[in-house]
Design a protein around this ligand. Structure first.
Ligand code: CP3
Length: 333
């Protein structure tokens, strides 16, 4: 059994497993080299051999306990036929949303379009370097995908009102998103993913209607993953009440963001916990990094805990700081 599965299923607290959100990405010079030659990000995600290579890069360097497939949560709208582009410095930009077209996309059509992702998962899960490691498949949560598809870019503060203007459209779109997220999850598991993480990056934006837009659709996905016999990790970034979220959604593990007080949450939540460390700590110095890392390890010493960050690793992070982080965790007894 892999260290992460042992932590989740057997509540083993001795292994201190680690992986890092956005571990396959821009802080790695070997990624930047590939990226410089491949200006179209979506095409890169759909390049089976390069996405396999990028996924393995952080494993070779740091021997993390899990490989997370190099892809993006916005491959879902792409698979549904909405244009998705990444412009330098601007983040994602999505094209016009055409509900009539999206409604008529078939499961086969969608699966065919995203097939290179599944092939790459299959390559990774059979690679010997991933022996005794998890292969993490992932999706965006329905709410976060809805936000990107309607807002067509990173959301502004007044976004939610905009989304609720046309309730019929919103509900219809949400149910289509949910349907295809389930398909995408199933395809990733069939290809060899041993864990699924659900990223709800904009969970913190919503103040009302949390039940309808976050709790219920996420619970549906969580139940879907559980039925396929794979553990599921949820990351409701910025949500006010992690405890209520966990009580309702019941993931196998929850990733906390860096604004969550670890001392408080460890007493409130019984399920395994992942993450928490502020990625900005990796931009300070080794001494501070060491101290902050030990703080999390100490607090979660007797709680099933997988080390990770409270959001994705920042592109300007130095390799030697990641090495220091891994050394601290591996050496903690
Ligand atoms: O974690 C990994 O290493 C696996 C790959 C991965 C990427 N995106 C690759 C990526 C994962 C798990 C994601 C998830 C993702 N994508 C989220 C949820 C997590 C979070 O950060 O909140 C979100 C909101 C997105 C959407 C997205 N993709 C944004 C907002 C951006 C642009 C801003 C940014 O951080 O770069 C992307 C692009 C993206 N996705 C890059 C990578 C490596 C950078 C691409 C580049 O080189 O320009």
């Amino acid at each position: 059994m892999t260290p992460i599965q042992d932590c989740i299923k057997n509540k083993n607290t001795n292994l201190n497993p680690i992986w890092i959100m956005r571990q396959a990405g821009r802080y790695l010079p070997e990624f930047r080299e590939i990226r410089a030659k491949n200006t179209d990000f979506i095409k890169l995600c759909l390049n089976e051999s390069l996405s396999t290579e990028i996924t393995l890069q952080p494993i070779r360097r740091f021997d993390f306990d899990a490989a997370i497939i190099f892809s993006d949560i916005l491959m879902l709208p792409f698979g549904l036929g909405q244009e998705v582009k990444f412009e330098k410095g601007l983040g994602p930009k999505l094209g016009e949303l055409n509900l009539d077209l999206i409604e008529n996309v078939s499961k086969d059509e969608f699966t065919k379009k995203l097939n290179p992702i599944y092939k790459s998962i299959s390559n990774i899960s059979t690679n010997t370097i991933c022996k005794n490691k998890d292969v993490i498949g992932f999706v965006g949560a329905p709410w976060t995908i809805l936000v990107y598809m309607i807002n067509k870019m990173s959301p502004k503060k007044n976004l939610t009102k905009e989304i609720f203007k046309d309730k019929l459209l919103t509900r219809k779109l949400l149910s289509i998103i949910e349907k295809f997220l389930k398909i995408h999850i199933e395809n990733q598991i069939k290809a060899g993913a041993t864990l699924i993480q659900i990223f709800d990056s904009w969970a913190g934006l919503l103040e009302n209607n949390i039940l309808e837009f976050i709790y219920e659709p996420t619970l549906n996905l969580v139940n879907h993953v559980k039925k396929l016999n794979v553990p599921v990790i949820c990351f409701p970034r910025g949500i006010k009440d992690y405890k209520s979220y966990c009580d309702f959604v019941k993931p196998n593990m929850v990733n906390i963001d860096y604004n969550v007080d670890p001392k408080k949450i460890v007493n409130e939540i019984q399920i395994p916990i992942q993450g928490g460390l502020d990625p900005k700590v990796l931009l300070t110095d080794k001494e501070n990094l060491h101290r902050e890392t030990i703080k999390y390890l100490q607090i979660f010493k007797d709680h099933p805990y997988v080390f990770n960050l409270g959001h994705g690793i920042l592109p300007e992070t130095k390799i030697e700081m990641v090495e220091e982080l891994v050394k601290t965790i591996r050496g903690f007894k």
